[in-house]
Design a protein. Sequence first.
Length: 368
Amino acid sequence: MNATQDDIRHMRHALALAARGLGRVWPNPAVGCVIVREGRVVGRGWTADGGRPHAEVRALGQAGEAARGATAHVTLEPCAHHGQTPPCADALAAAGIARVVVATRDPDPRVNGAGIARLRQAGIEVEEGLCEARARALNAGFFLRVGQGRPWVTLKLAASLDGRIATATGESRWITGPQARRHVHALRARHDAVMVGGGTARADDPELTVRDLGIARQPVRIVLSRHLDLPLSGRLAATAGKVPLWLVHGEDAPPETVSAWEGLGARLIACPVGPGRQLDPAAALQALGAAGLTRVFCEGGGALAASLMGAGLVDELAVFSAGLAIGAEGRPMLGAMGLGRLAEAPRFTLVEVRDVGGDVLSLWRREG
């Protein structure tokens, strides 16, 4: 690779731009593009909300004639297929771009390698692999959906020092402080969807929206409930026609209940039931991936969290620990997982620890 230190700096800039699209561009990847001519940035862009227009098109629009003879730094291989818009590879060539630096190839079979080949056929010099690990990590959800058919899952847990999420009577508001709760809203905003189990929806009557951050585009709200025994008078029902609400239910859910929720504006997704007579978590995530989601932020409760953990479907843990102890009679943050040996327990690698208003946030990634 003939990339320079300036190329690295501009690619990092492009990656920072791409991150602005997280939670806002699904089913597309979040891409950034920085166009440089004679050492000066003449155009920059990132994937727009909803996935269109693409980062390259926005950056080219800003650069105008200055794009001719310039270098484009793109975090993901430019597309090569005709979809809702013409290929970005063709747009770069038509604008007279002389060189393209690509962080990583697009795993989409319609693109994989074809975008780079298209650029080279147009006489454009192409460099590959700059900041590739960071680019792949940024779009891990997109890569996972293309490769395995399911979205990336971040499981959020907020618990006392002894791992309890509520007292024996069910009181849980608030274990963590206001800054931690605000941080949770920021994490919601960086995901395509926020997901809870039916028990949490019944007990907490949540809205599952991003609040107080000036966010206009809300994540999809998802509830997994086999029988759809959710309150039709709750906050989710009241807002189903305003903020996207998807209900994943068993194939044996009462038809009249399905119709009632559809009438309120919710999207209903039928899912097989697993051996434990609960919704199959793997099948549920496959259905969500088929619907276009790439990043899901799960906020429990304990039974759903344990189900996802036990099935090896949690990719990242965001654990908020508060400085109080509740005791053994409190409700644990994870339900029963039926483990008999430590070797069977899912393992995670610590990525980061930070203080959030007196609470501790630890981020963990699944090993492998």
